[in-house]
Design a protein around this ligand. Sequence first.
Ligand SMILES: Cc1ncc(COP(=O)(O)O)c(C=O)c1O
Length: 342
Amino acid sequence: MQHFASDNYAGICPEALQALIEANVGHAPAYGDDEWTSRVSDRLRELFATDCDVYFAFNGTAANSLALAALCQSYHSVICHEVAHVETDECGGPEFFSNGSKLLTAGGDNGKLTPESVLEVIERRNDIHYPKPKVVTLTQSTEVGTVYRPDEVAAIADMAHRHGLNVHMDGARFSNAVASLGVAPADITWRAGVQVLCFGGTKMGLPVGEAIVFFDRDLSEDFARRCKQAGQLASKMRFLSAPWLGILDNDTWVRHARNANAMARRLADGLAKIPGTALMFPVESNSVFVNLTPAMIEGLRQRGWRFYTFIGAGGARFMCAWDTTEESVDALLADLRALASS
Ligand SMILES: Cc1ncc(COP(=O)(O)O)c(C=O)c1O
């Protein structure tokens, strides 16, 4: 049975697994001095069409926390959306790794910051007693499954840069945003003013690991040491990096993300015909948030479905993965229909 609780429930995609197996030959230099890590870094530079610095961490919390720590001092603050993963689901990691930089939350419909909501926080106070805003972080795709268009990213980044702030992107589901928007990766990152991207690998079908991509290379000074100190420098780095080769080939990462997005679309279209359900957000990537009756939630759980009701902005969250099938979506919809009419 496939589940909809998280795209992390899915296994390793075959392309990543094959690349991992192929990297398991003989001895190779440790700590990132291996040929796979340098090949993936070059491939990412090609993908983004720019000379960026690339690092790898074991998970998204560490990637975000360490990247944000690199962009500000402990007396600074980081502006994020009120439902941002860094605020709600990283156990204070960004504050911890930055030695106390405070997260300041801003609003915005559909999980998205706006230049106005960011400006409101920037201008709130500028006295010595307040942590000075130094970073804006955007999540792409957002925690509620919407996506920022290139002009929306650029407008926020312009506002941030005009006020001396750096721009970070939490791209745990960057692939789903690229697949949804049909844009070049550069168009929603450095060309739009993003200086650092945490590029999610796990949710794309890798076994583990995220890439931290510094488009502004001045900001990556000593970042390798930051990773090492935080316990995020893999000794056998080739096994963190090599799986990327499998999914970067032939745009496999975008193909998998397109499947996840299409399955979310199928689920949303099916839900729209079921009484007692109400979609909460536009479905633009691989998640569907929906208000269900308590009886439906209970009924689904009794039938063995796993899904979360505490993430984002409430409601039930159904998350599709690279391997989610039409049959699984249709089975979930059939149970929902049966519960709606019972
Ligand atoms: C928006 C977002 N950012 C980052 C992460 C990465 O978190 P983790 O530390 O679980 O890899 C997640 C995981 O669910 C996420 O949804």
